[in-house]
Design a protein around this ligand. Structure first.
Ligand code: PLP
Length: 388
């Protein structure tokens, strides 16, 4: 599968989840769109791109056409979904659209992505609300323990729960549907951060039952960067606003997000090509391969480093996080040193971080990886630690 990527063949790339890596065909599609755009920029951007000034020669605006294609892949209706540049923008849109009042609480977990925790805290504080952080069990034995920990953080003042579908540092596939059910039973709306989900899980967004679902397509769904989606339940769309006020303001959900100042839309317009590739390769087979390799890597690495896995297989998708031995270090500096040594000496790119007093390696298992990559990582880390 490696031939489908432009990735440097001299390097072992085990960090797909961080910023994605679009396949060649997607990049070619994006370049073709750029070429087309630049032949008639105003026509493309003003008359064809969004529905505001519909061109008589198009049945559908270009952005709606792309939205329809990716919505199908996510089990959603295209009218409930808009493109955003990334998860951070989409989550900020929701967080800033909710009229929190003094005393209200926003619940997130202690496994939430750092930038998103900052955004949630800032949106809450600006309106006198507070951020409550649910402490989740880790190591985790059963997804039900996570649901219980999230639920026990709810109070009568909770106005929003923000939960990751797949956590960033610990790469846990969270029981989001069960969390939504518990929150809804208490009248609390739920916003899901699905940064890593599209393309790494079989995803049917509406069936989760959340109020809002935000995701990146530029990680595992093979869209070019910067392409994310914001899905909102129909009854949540009217009060949802783009964090940047522009021409579409007050014109409705889709207009507001699609008629929003000038940007390069080709990443979103090329997103259907990423979906098409996944379908051509056989999406189920892709998922099986990635998950199988991630789990095999987890076992091989933990065995090689003599550490213990912290989550059950049922909570692993296409990424897995494995602890290093305590002797490997505990600080950000220890993590940075080892990450750099792996990159420079061993030509291995992998996510490696300090968290809760020890070092962790997060491995992405993409279809261009195989078990020899995992063996190389296992051996290189052991050698680097031995050399210290
Ligand atoms: C769980 C999670 N949320 C949010 C983000 C932020 O993504 P972006 O920088 O594309 O907005 C990431 C990035 O890796 C993530 O892992």
């Amino acid at each position: 599968m490696r031939k489908h990527w432009v990735l440097d063949p001299e390097y072992t790339y085990l960090n797909h989840g961080t910023v994605g890596a679009p396949p060649r065909r997607v990049l070619e599609r994006q370049q073709a769109l750029r070429d087309e755009l630049e032949r008639q920029p105003a026509r493309f951007m003003l008359r064809e791109l969004n529905g505001h000034q519909p061109a008589p020669w198009r049945a559908e605006s270009r952005i709606r056409e792309a939205a329809r294609s990716v919505a199908g892949f996510l089990g959603a209706r295209s009218e409930d979904l808009v493109f955003v540049p990334n998860v951070t923008t989409g989550l900020n849109a929701v967080l800033r659209s909710i009229p929190f009042a003094p005393g209200d609480e926003v619940v997130i977990s202690d496994l939430a992505y750092g930038a998103i925790a900052l955004a949630a805290g800032s949106a809450a504080r600006e309106r006198g609300a507070t951020l409550r952080i649910a402490e989740l069990p880790y190591p985790v034995r059963d997804p039900g323990d996570i649901v219980e920990a999230m639920t026990s953080a709810l109070t009568p003042r909770t106005k929003l729960v923000l939960v990751d579908h797949i956590t960033a540092l610990t790469s846990l596939v969270m029981p989001v549907t069960a969390i939504v059910d518990e929150c809804h039973a208490r009248g609390v709306p739920v916003l899901v951060d699905g940064a890593h989900a599209p393309g790494s899980l079989a995803l049917d967004i509406p069936s989760i039952g959340a109020d809002w679902y935000v995701a990146n397509l530029h990680k595992w769904a093979h869209a070019p960067r910067a392409c994310g989606i914001l899905w909102a339940a129909p009854d949540r769309q009217r009060d949802l606003h783009h964090p940047v006020v522009s021409w579409g303001f007050g014109q409705g959900f889709r207009e507001e997000f699609e008629w929003n100042a000038t940007n390069d839309p080709t990443c979103c317009l090329a997103a259907p090509e990423g979906v098409a590739l996944l379908r051509e390769w056989g999406f189920e087979a892709v998922l099986d391969y990635m998950h199988g390799l991630a789990w095999e890597a987890a076992c091989v690495l933990a065995d090689g480093w003599q550490t213990t896995l912290q989550a059950p297989r049922a909570m692993v998708g296409a990424m897995v996080t494995v602890p290093l031995s305590e002797a490997a270090g505990a600080t950000d500096i220890d993590a940075a040193r080892l990450r750099l040594a792996l990159l420079v000496d061993d030509r291995i790119e992998v996510q490696l971080h300090a968290w809760r007093g020890r070092l962790w390696v997060r491995v992405s298992a993409q279809v261009y990886n195989d078990r020899s990559d995992m063996a190389r990582l296992a051996e290189a880390v052991s050698r680097q630690l031995h050399a210290v």
